[in-house]
Design a binder for this molecule. Structure first.
Ligand SMILES: [Zn+2]
Length: 315
């Protein structure tokens, strides 16, 4: 089954999805129609500048999608293409976990662990790591092939697993943008962390200056897998609502300084070519069609380190 055809486009019958009711998930600000991708529309908040897909695909469709997502390319999955890039970042991310945790043998939970590669990298650095993911095929690979501790399911059910205040650090790599209800997951993570525990999170950054030159060509507009494209302001607000305080934020995460410069140069060249040649040549519609066919490598990663506050503002 093809990934996209596995999705049913079925908003709830009585959902009030009129233009007037498109409110921002993060701050309830008014949203306007922004980027269209495949048959989905991103709506952007005029207050915190977070973009979100509305209406969202139903939960059954998303579950089917992610069970296919982690399969090999030949079996209909797409994860192979991002796997190598993500694995290359993991040594830097393991170091981050060690730096910010400040505990000798920290216990770590990787939420959205997929096939378990980050759990394996953390275990290899003597961190007591385990993972959780909704994808049955991802967890099967983690447990049977990598032989790492990993559970299939929702972090929101952590109380049943005895995870209350059990972890020193929780990681949420390239996951928050996939979640239909990210605040419920942030609350659950808050419950799993020990007092003062650390959440490490990264996601594709929206509302960047380059988008002015190539509107909508930020690579993170990729529905239905990315239901949200957060601005820095939007993600910070969401984590604060979930009971965290931000202790470090990087809106241009790369594993080396050299890669930061390469990314900047690539953005500059792409935007120049788009603005000076492709835009005038193809027009607005041509540029839009190009986005559907070829995803441009335009977009930055935002990495955030947040600490659990002892008293939550919301539960
Ligand atoms: Zn907002």
């Amino acid at each position: 089954m093809n990934l996209l055809t596995s999705l049913k486009y079925s908003p709830p019958a009585n959902a009030p999805y009129s233009i007037d009711s498109m409110k921002c998930y993060v701050c309830a600000g008014a949203c306007t129609k922004d980027v269209m991708f495949a048959r989905y529309t991103y709506w952007k908040c005029s207050n915190c500048f977070t973009s979100q897909v509305l209406p969202q695909p139903d939960s059954e469709s998303l579950e089917t999608y992610y069970n296919l997502y982690h399969l090999s390319e030949g079996a209909g999955g797409v994860y192979d293409e991002v796997e190598d890039r993500m694995k290359a970042d993991f040594p830097t991310k393991v170091k981050m976990a060690i730096t910010y945790t400040k505990t000798k043998n920290p216990r770590l939970l990787d939420v959205g662990c997929g096939k378990g590669f980050f759990v394996k990298a953390a275990l290899d650095s003597n961190i007591q790591a385990e993972g959780i993911d909704l994808s049955n095929s991802g967890i099967e690979y983690a447990v049977k092939t990598l032989r790492v501790p990993a559970t299939s399911g929702r972090i929101q059910d952590h109380k049943m697993k005895g995870w209350k205040e059990a972890f020193d650090v929780v990681t949420l790599w390239a996951t928050i943008e996939h979640l239909p209800d990210p605040l419920s997951v942030i609350h659950a993570i808050h419950g799993c962390l020990k007092p003062g525990g650390i959440l490490l999170c990264d996601t594709g950054l929206g509302h960047i200056v380059w988008e002015k030159f190539l509107p909508g060509h930020n690579q993170w507009y990729d529905a239905p897998q990315h239901l949200f494209v957060f601005s820095e302001n939007g993600l910070v607000r969401l984590l604060e609502q979930g009971g965290f305080s931000i202790i470090h934020s990087d809106t241009n995460f790369e594993r080396s300084v050299m890669r930061r410069w390469v990314r900047w140069l690539r953005h500059f060249l792409l935007c120049f070519v788009g603005w000076a040649f492709l835009g005038p040549l193809l027009g607005k519609r041509g540029l839009h069609n190009m986005r559907q066919d070829a995803k441009w490598p335009l977009g930055r990663l935002m990495s955030i380190v947040a600490q659990k506050k002892t008293v939550t503002t919301k539960s």
